[in-house]
Design a protein around this ligand. Structure first.
Ligand SMILES: O=C[C@H](O)[C@H](O)COP(=O)(O)O
Ligand SMILES: C=C(OP(=O)(O)O)C(=O)O
Length: 344
C-alpha cells in the first residue's frame, strides 16, 4: 500500500540496500573474485595487460533464464579465448529511454507496467549473483544513483550512458565507486561531455545521497581514478574510425588524462543495425594491429538470438525487448575471429 499520497505522487517504501544485501548476500569468495576481475579490467585499461576487454550481453535483461543461459555460453567461450580477450557480461537492468518505454527489470520485472520495484531489485540482484557464480565479471549501466548501492558490490565495470554523462549527480556517484567506469559520449556525438565527466569523477566530491540503511546522507567520495571513455557514435554518425579515435586520444592527452578507449560497436556506431557490430569490432582490432594502443575494449549488444521484439503478447525466448542484438552464433564466431586476429 502507498505510504504517502498527494494529487501528484504516491510513495511506497522499498527495502534498504543493507536489507537486500543481507537477504541476497555476496560470499567472501565471490567478493574476492569480483575484486580480481576489477583489477584485471584496470590492468587492461592501463595497458599493463594487452588482452582486449569485451563487454557483451543483452541490451537489457528481462528473462533471468535466458540471461543465465547466455552467461553459461559466455563462460564456456571465455576458456577458449582467455589468452586474448577478457569477456565481461552486460547485465543491464536499467534502461534510459529517449522518451518513454519499459525501463528495465529493476523497474518493472513483471513486464506489465505494474512497477514492482521491490521485486525488481531482488530479481536483479539474484540474477547478477547467479551470473557471477559462473565466474563472469558483470557490467551494468548505473542510471538511478539511489539504486547503485543495491548492486554495486556485484559489479566489475559500470557505465554512465550517453543521456547522463553530462549529469553532475552521476559524476559524483562515480567518484565514490571502487570499480572501473566508462562514460559514453553524448547522443549528439559530443566528446566534451565525456571528457568533462572523467575529469569530474576523478575528483573527490561531497554530495547528497543515501547510506546503506536508507537514510539521507552527506556522502564524501575519494574520486575514481579508473574512469575512461566509451565511444558510441552520435546523431551525425559513428566515431570508431581511426580519425575520430585520434582526435579523442589527442584531447585526452592534452587534458593529461589516460587515453584508454572502449568502442561500443552498437548504437550509432552500427547505425542501429546489430548485425553490423562484428564489422565495427574487426575495424577496432585492425586499428590496434596498426599501432593504436589506446583502443582497449569493445562493447557488443548480443543475445541468444538476433534482433528484437515488441513487448506485447507472447514473448519469444532469448530475444531482446529493447535494442536489437546480435545472436549468439554470430557473437561466438566474431569473438573467436577477434581472438584469432589478435593472436596473428
Ligand atoms: O540501448 C538502449 C537504447 O538505445 C536506449 O535505452 C534508448 O532507447 P529508446 O530510444 O528506444 O528509448
Ligand atoms: C543505453 C545504452 O547506450 P547509450 O547510452 O549509448 O545510448 C546502452 O548501452 O544500453
Amino acid at each position: 500500500a502507498p505510504t504517502t499520497q498527494s494529487a501528484a505522487r504516491r510513495t511506497h517504501t522499498l527495502p534498504t540496500p543493507a536489507q537486500l544485501r543481507e537477504r541476497l548476500p555476496l560470499s567472501s569468495a565471490e567478493a574476492a573474485a569480483i575484486e580480481a576481475h576489477r583489477q584485471a579490467i584496470r590492468d587492461i585499461l592501463a595497458g599493463k595487460d594487452n588482452r582486449l576487454l569485451v563487454i557483451t550481453g543483452p541490451c537489457s535483461l528481462h528473462d533471468p533464464d535466458a540471461a543465465i543461459e547466455y552467461a553459461e555460453r559466455l563462460a564456456e567461450l571465455q576458456s577458449r579465448v582467455a589468452d586474448r580477450l577478457l569477456l565481461v557480461m552486460r547485465a543491464y537492468v536499467e534502461k534510459p529511454r529517449t522518451t518513454v518505454g519499459w525501463k528495465g527489470m529493476l523497474y518493472d520485472p513483471q513486464l506489465d507496467g505494474s512497477g514492482d520495484m521491490a521485486g525488481g531489485l531482488a530479481l536483479s540482484r539474484r540474477t547478477m549473483l547467479a551470473i557471477s557464480e559462473l565466474g563472469l565479471p558483470i557490467a551494468t549501466e548505473l542510471l538511478q544513483p539511489l539504486a547503485a548501492s543495491y548492486l554495486d558490490d556485484l559489479l566489475s565495470w559500470g557505465c554512465i550512458g550517453a543521456r547522463t554523462s553530462e549529469s553532475q549527480i552521476h559524476r559524483e556517484m562515480v567518484s565514490g565507486l571502487h570499480l572501473p567506469v566508462g562514460f559514453k559520449n553524448g547522443t549528439d556525438g559530443s566528446m566534451t561531455v565525456a571528457c568533462d565527466a572523467m575529469r569530474s569523477a576523478r575528483h573527490p566530491h561531497q554530495h547528497f545521497g543515501m547510506d546503506l540503511h536508507g537514510r539521507p546522507a552527506l556522502v564524501e567520495t575519494a574520486g575514481n581514478p579508473d574512469t575512461h571513455i566509451v565511444l558510441r557514435g552520435g546523431h551525425s554518425g559513428p566515431n570508431y574510425q581511426a580519425d575520430a579515435v585520434a582526435k579523442v586520444r589527442a584531447e585526452l592527452e592534452r587534458l593529461g588524462m589516460p587515453a584508454a578507449l572502449v568502442v561500443d560497436c552498437s548504437h550509432a556506431n552500427s547505425g542501429k543495425d546489430p548485425l553490423r557490430q562484428p564489422q565495427v569490432m574487426a575495424d577496432v582490432i585492425a586499428q590496434r594491429a596498426a599501432g593504436d594502443a589506446s583502443l582497449r575494449g569493445v562493447m557488443l549488444e548480443s543475445h541468444l538470438f538476433d534482433g528484437c521484439q515488441a513487448l506485447s503478447g507472447e514473448l519469444r525466448y532469448g530475444i531482446s525487448i529493447t535494442d536489437g542484438c546480435l545472436g549468439w552464433e554470430a557473437t561466438e564466431q566474431s569473438l573467436l575471429a577477434a581472438a584469432e586476429q589478435l593472436r596473428g
